[in-house]
Design a protein around this ligand. Structure first.
Ligand code: S3P
Length: 169
């Protein structure tokens, strides 16, 4: 698959492994790794949870949009997005035009085992399992814009990065 130096954009639901996989993949491909949530946290000097509680989701999304457009101008990168960035149609469109978008997919049964590890995600806090399940399935449609999909069920972080690496060779 020839994607030249286009930015690789990793998308998918919260906690699927976009950051961990992005970091490994960037090393394998000798590209620069950019983590959207980390970048936003550095700008505000607070974690995502505190940004949501202090400034609200709208401010978070505006910042996310601004940084993604900026980073899409750089070549030879791997960008780990936050799971909600594709809620913004213009972000989806730009990423599809300028980048190579890889969707890390996971089934609900595999994902829900990770739920106890995701206590710092503001959109999951105070929600019942049923609410979270609905959010999980409602997000599927935003991830339908992609160039490559990787089924991550049963794969660890290294195996996911390797599966992508093999496809890009
Ligand atoms: C969000 C996902 C989070 C983070 C924020 C909102 C979402 O990133 O950006 O909590 O709306 O799906 P991860 O996908 O890395 O958990």
């Amino acid at each position: 698959m020839n994607i030249q130096k286009k930015p690789i954009v990793l998308i998918g639901f919260m906690g699927v492994g976009k950051s961990s996989v992005g970091k490994i993949l960037a090393t394998k491909l000798k590209r620069k790794w950019i983590d959207m949530d980390q970048t936003i946290e550095q700008k505000f000097d607070m974690n995502v949870e505190t940004i949501f509680h202090t400034y609200g989701e709208k401010t978070f999304r505006e910042t996310e949009r601004k940084f993604i457009s900026q980073f899409l101008r750089q070549s030879s990168t791997v960008i780990s997005t936050g799971g909600g960035s594709f809620l913004q149609m213009d972000v989806q469109k730009k990423c599809m035009e300028k980048g190579f978008v890889i969707f890390l997919d996971i089934t609900w049964d595999s994902w829900k085992k990770r739920l106890p590890l995701l206590k710092n995600r503001p959109l999951l806090q105070g929600k019942s399992e049923q609410d979270i399940k609905e959010l999980f399935f409602s997000r599927k449609s935003i991830y339908s814009s992609h160039h490559l999909k990787i089924d991550t069920d049963g794969l660890n972080i290294n195996e996911i990065a390797d599966a992508i690496f093999q496809k890009l060779k």
